[in-house]
Design a protein around this ligand. Structure first.
Ligand SMILES: Cc1ncc(COP(=O)(O)O)c(C=O)c1O
Length: 795
C-alpha cells in the first residue's frame, strides 16, 4: 500500500488511519480529461471514507497488461471503452504470459470488444482486483455476456456517479474481517464469566501472585479475547451462522474455491477431515508414500485399501521428488481391471522441498481413466500460491476451475470426440496426454493448506478448500465435527480471517517480494566465489530430472532473460521447483545438515526449515525481509571463512578425517522404495494394496507384536524371516514415513533408518527397537484369510 501523502492526513480528524489506494484508469487519454477526473474524485471524497483513491492512468491494452505485472499497489481497474491496442512505450512480449485469450489474434478483436477482453485477461492475472467497465456500447448486452468478469458495468453518460461508491464498497468487502472484528468487539464487553474459562479476561492470571508478571509478555488483549462458543456472544465453528460463516465465505472468494472451511488444528487435522469425508472402509486410495504422516494416520482410521506410489528419488541429496504421472495412470488401469476402482488420489503439492505438480494435467489424465475419482491435494506449503499468476495455475482450486470450464466447453467436446475416435491401448494411455470424457468426468477436488506456514496466521491455522461437484454436505459435516475441538481457539480463527484479508489486499505484492528475495538469495550465494567453494544452491536442474522438464530449463532467472524461463517452464513442465524453497548442498563444509542446522540456530539465531544428511532447506516467505537475507548471507560467509581457516590449519590426520567426512556426505545413498504389504494384509494378492485398518487394529494389541532392534531385524531378514512393521515410522522433519503398519521391512529401509541424522523418529523406540508383528500373528492372519476364502469370502 502506498504511503499516505501528508496533505490527506492533515485535512480532517479521523479515528482510524486512511489507506491510499491506487486505481488503474484505462483509456482516459488526454491530460485535460485526467485532470477533470482527478478533480471529480477529490470532490467525492468524504471524511467517512476509509480509503483515498489515487488514480493511475494508462492509455492502451499493452500498457494495462504491463501495469498489471509491475504495479503491485493496484486495488481496482476502471476500463473505459475505446482504447488503442499498442503502447507507445512498451512492447508486450506475450509469448510467455500464459494467458488464455492472448493467443487469439488480438488485432482482429473489434474495438467494442476490447474492454471485455481486457477484463477477462486481467481477471486471469489478478483475480483479486475489482474490475469496472465504462462503455457507451450496449451495456445490457455486454453485462449479459461478461457479467461475471466485472463487478459493475456503467453506461458512460449515465450512472458514473455510482462508480466511486462502487470502488469504495468493493475494497471495503476485501478489507472487512468480520470474525476478527467480532472477537475484538467481544473483548471490550465487561463480561463476568461463570463459564469454565478462568483465563477469560485474564482474571485468573492478573490476580495471581505468581504468574501475573508472565501475562505481561502476552499483553491483555490475548486474555480479553478468550471466550467459548457455548457461552454465546460469538459465532460457533461447529455451527457457524454469523461472522465465522461470512469469514469462511470470504475465504472461498479469496482462494477461488466453492466452499472453504477454517481448521484450528493444522493441516494434520484438515487432512483427516477430508479423508474421513471421502473414504469408506475398504475403498482403494492411491497415495504418494511421502505424504505427511497425518495422511497415513487417516488411512489407518478409515480402514482404506492403500496403494502406495513411489516418488522419484534424488539419491544425491536424500530427498524424494514427486510421483510420475505414468505411474499413476498405470495403477489406475490395474485397479480398474481388478474391479476395484480407485476412490481417491492423494498427492502433496508442493512438497517440503518445493517440487510442484501440474494438478490440472494430472487430474485431466486420471479422470480420463477413472471419471469419478476424487483428489486431495495437500497444499500445506502452498497457501500463498493463489496470489501470483504463475503459481496460481499450479494450485488445486485454479485447476479445478479450469477443468470445470473446459468440461462444459463445446470446443472441448469436439476435441474429445476426435481424441476418443482413436484406439486406446495401454501404450497409448500411458504415453499420450489423455482427455476426460466431458459427459462422465466429475470435478472433485480438495485442497488442505497450512495458512500458518506461508501466510500471516497463528500456528495451527489451516483451511480446507473444496470444489466438488458431488459434494456430500452431510458426510463432510460429520467428518468436520469428528475432528474439530469443541473449544477451538478464537485467536487462531481470527488470524485466518486476517490472513485472508491481507492476501486479498496485498497478496500479489507480498508474493512477488518473497520470490524476488528468493532469487536474490539464490544469485548471491551462487555468484560468490567464497561461498561456492562450500555451498551449492540446488536449482530445478538438480531436483527435477530432465525427463520431466519439457522446457529444458535449468534455472528460472538470469540477468539476461529475466523471468521468461520461469513462466515458460511453469506452463509446460510436468514438475517444477518452487524457487522460494532454497536447498543448499553443504557436503564440502564437512558438516551434516543437522549439525549445521543446530549451529545456525544456537550460534547465529537463524532458523531454517529442514535438513537432509548433506543439505539444509531455507525458505523465503511473505515475512522475509531484505535484512534477513543479508544476515543469512553474512552468516553463510562466516561459515565459509571458518572452513577456510580450518582447512589452512588442518594437521595431516585432521585433513584425512575431513576428506573422509566430505566423501561420505557426497556419496549417493539410495533411498528405499516402498517394499510391499505382507500377504496377511493384502485383500487381493494380484494387486499391491494393503489393508491399513487391519494392520493398525492388530498393532494396538501387545500380544500381536514385539520389539526388534534394527540390527536384529537385519539378521532375522538375512536368515529368512519376513519381518513386518506394526508401526508408522516417521522421521520428523519432514514427517513422511519410512515404514507403515503391515509393510514388509527390507534391508534398504533399515539402512536408510540407520543413516538418518534427524533426532526425532516417531514410531521408533531407540532403546527397544522397531515394533513388529510376531511370526505367530502373521501366520494366524494368513490362516484366517485362507479359511475365509475357502468359505466363499475374498482373499
Ligand atoms: C505436506 C504436509 N502436509 C501436512 C502437514 C501438517 O501441517 P500442520 O503442521 O499444519 O498440521 C505438513 C507439516 O509439515 C506437511 O509438510
Amino acid at each position: 500500500m502506498a504511503a499516505l501523502p501528508r496533505s490527506f492526513v492533515d485535512q480532517t480528524y479521523r479515528h482510524q488511519p486512511l489507506h491510499c489506494i491506487e486505481v488503474l484508469i484505462v483509456g482516459v487519454t488526454s491530460a485535460l480529461e485526467q485532470k477533470a477526473l482527478r478533480r471529480r474524485l477529490q470532490r467525492k471524497r468524504s471524511v467517512d471514507d476509509d480509503f483515498v483513491i489515487h488514480p493511475v492512468f494508462v492509455r492502451s491494452f499493452e500498457d494495462t497488461l504491463h501495469e498489471m505485472r509491475v504495479n503491485a499497489n493496484l486495488q481496482a481497474v476502471v476500463i473505459h471503452g475505446g482504447f488503442p491496442l499498442h503502447s507507445q512505450d512498451c512492447h508486450l512480449a506475450t509469448s510467455h504470459w500464459g494467458l488464455e485469450g492472448l493467443d487469439a489474434d488480438i488485432e482482429a478483436v473489434p474495438e467494442s470488444e476490447r474492454g471485455p477482453m481486457l477484463g477477462r485477461l486481467i481477471a486471469q492475472l489478478r483475480p483479486e482486483l475489482d474490475l469496472y467497465l465504462v462503455t457507451d456500447g450496449n451495456v445490457e448486452e455486454i453485462a449479459a455476456r461478461t457479467g461475471e468478469t466485472f463487478k459493475r458495468i456503467f453506461f458512460r453518460e449515465e450512472d458514473c456517479d455510482e462508480l466511486y461508491p462502487s470502488i469504495m464498497r468493493g475494497l471495503a468487502q476485501r478489507y472487512d474481517t468480520p470474525f476478527f472484528f467480532a472477537v475484538r468487539d467481544h473483548a471490550k464487553l465487561p463480561v463476568s464469566n461463570f463459564h469454565a474459562l478462568p483465563v477469560s479476561r485474564g482474571k485468573s492470571i492478573r490476580n495471581s501472585n505468581w504468574i501475573r508478571d508472565r501475562a505481561q509478555f502476552y499483553g491483555t488483549n490475548l486474555f480479553l479475547a478468550e471466550t467459548s462458543a457455548t457461552s454465546g456472544g460469538l459465532d460457533s465453528l461447529l455451527d457457524p451462522h454469523g461472522p465465522l460463516k461470512i469469514a469462511q465465505e470470504y475465504a472461498a472468494r479469496a482462494f477461488g474455491s466453492k466452499r472453504s472451511f477454517f481448521v484450528t488444528n493444522g493441516t494434520s487435522t484438515a487432512n483427516k477431515i477430508v479423508m474421513q469425508a471421502l473414504i469408506r472402509r475398504g475403498d482403494v486410495v492411491l497415495v504418494d508414500r511421502n505424504c505427511h504422516k497425518s495422511v497415513h494416520h487417516a488411512l489407518m482410521l478409515a480402514g482404506a485399501r492403500v496403494c502406495y506410489l513411489d516418488a522419484y528419488p534424488r539419491n544425491d541429496y536424500s530427498m524424494y521428488g514427486a510421483v510420475d504421472l505414468r505411474e499413476l495412470k498405470r495403477k489406475l488401469l490395474v485397479f480398474n481391471r481388478a474391479g476395484a476402482p480407485v476412490r481417491l488420489v492423494i498427492l502433496t503439492n508442493c512438497t517440503f522441498d518445493g517440487i510442484i505438480y501440474s494438478p490440472k494435467r494430472v487430474m485431466m489424465e486420471c479422470l480420463a481413466i477413472a471419471p469419478h475419482l476424487a483428489f486431495l491435494w495437500d497444499e500445506a506449503w502452498f497457501a500463498f500460491a493463489h496470489f501470483n499468476p504463475t503459481y496460481r495455475q499450479r494450485t488445486a482450486m485454479e485447476s479445478a476451475a479450469k477443468l470445470s470450464g473446459m468440461l462444459q466447453d463445446s470446443d472441448y467436446a469436439a476435441r474429445y470426440e476426435a481424441f476418443n475416435a482413436e484406439a486406446q491401448d495401454d501404450e497409448r494411455i500411458l504415453n499420450t496426454r489423455l482427455l476426460p470424457d466431458p459427459s462422465k468426468a466429475r470435478v472433485r477436488v480438495y485442497a488442505t493448506q497450512s495458512t500458518h506456514k506461508t501466510l500471516s496466521a497463528l500456528r495451527q491455522a489451516s483451511m480446507i478448500h473444496i470444489w466438488d461437484q458431488n459434494f456430500n454436505e452431510k458426510a463432510f459435516s460429520d467428518a468436520y465435527k469428528t475432528h474439530t475441538s469443541t473449544s477451538p481457539s478464537y485467536q487462531i480463527l481470527a488470524t485466518l480471517d486476517l490472513a485472508r484479508a491481507q492476501v486479498e489486499l496485498e497478496g500479489y505484492k507480498l508474493v512477488q517480494h518473497q520470490l524476488e528475495l528468493a532469487m536474490s538469495l539464490r544469485q548471491r550465494v551462487s555468484g560468490d566465489p567464497l561461498l561456492t567453494k562450500y555451498i551449492r544452491v540446488l536449482g530445478v536442474g538438480d531436483l527435477v530430472p530432465a525427463e520431466y522438464r519439457e522446457s529444458n530449463a535449468e534455472s528460472y532467472f538470469d540477468e539476461k532473460s529475466g523471468w521468461s524461463n520461469f513462466e515458460k517452464a511453469w506452463r509446460t513442465d510436468e514438475f517444477v521447483l518452487d524457487p522460494t524453497h532454497i536447498t543448499l548442498e553443504i557436503s564440502a563444509t564437512g558438516l551434516s545438515g543437522d549439525t549445521l542446522k543446530k549451529h545456525l540456530m544456537d550460534k547465529c539465531d537463524i532458523q531454517i526449515n529442514k535438513t537432509t544428511r548433506n543439505t539444509i532447506l531455507a525458505m523465503t516467505t511473505i515475512g522475509t525481509t531484505r535484512s534477513d537475507v543479508a544476515n543469512f548471507i553474512q552468516v553463510l560467509r562466516k561459515i565459509a571463512l571458518d572452513c577456510e581457516e580450518k582447512g589452512r590449519n588442518f594437521s595431516k590426520i585432521e585433513r584425512s578425517f575431513h576428506d573422509d567426512k566430505v566423501r561420505s556426505l557426497t556419496l549417493e545413498q539410495p533411498l528405499p522404495d516402498f517394499s510391499s504389504f505382507h500377504p496377511a494384509f493384502r485383500p487381493n494378492m494380484e494387486i499391491g494394496d494393503g489393508d491399513m485398518g487391519l494392520a493398525n487394529d492388530l498393532a494396538m494389541e501387545d500380544d500381536n507384536c514385539e520389539y526388534l532392534q534394527p540390527a536384529d531385524a537385519e539378521r532375522a531378514i538375512s536368515g529368512g524371516r519376513v519381518v513386518v512393521s506394526a508401526s508408522l515410522v516417521v522421521p520428523y522433519p519432514p514427517g513422511s514415513p519410512i515404514l507403515v503398519p503391515g509393510q514388509v521391512i527390507d534391508i534398504p529401509s533399515l539402512k536408510y533408518l540407520d543413516g538418518l541424522d534427524v533426532r526425532e523418529i516417531h514410531g521408533f523406540d531407540r532403546e527397544r527397537g522397531l515394533w513388529v508383528f510376531t511370526e505367530e500373528t502373521l501366520s494366524r492372519i494368513l490362516d484366517e484369510r485362507k479359511s475365509t476364502a475357502e468359505h466363499g469370502g475374498t482373499s
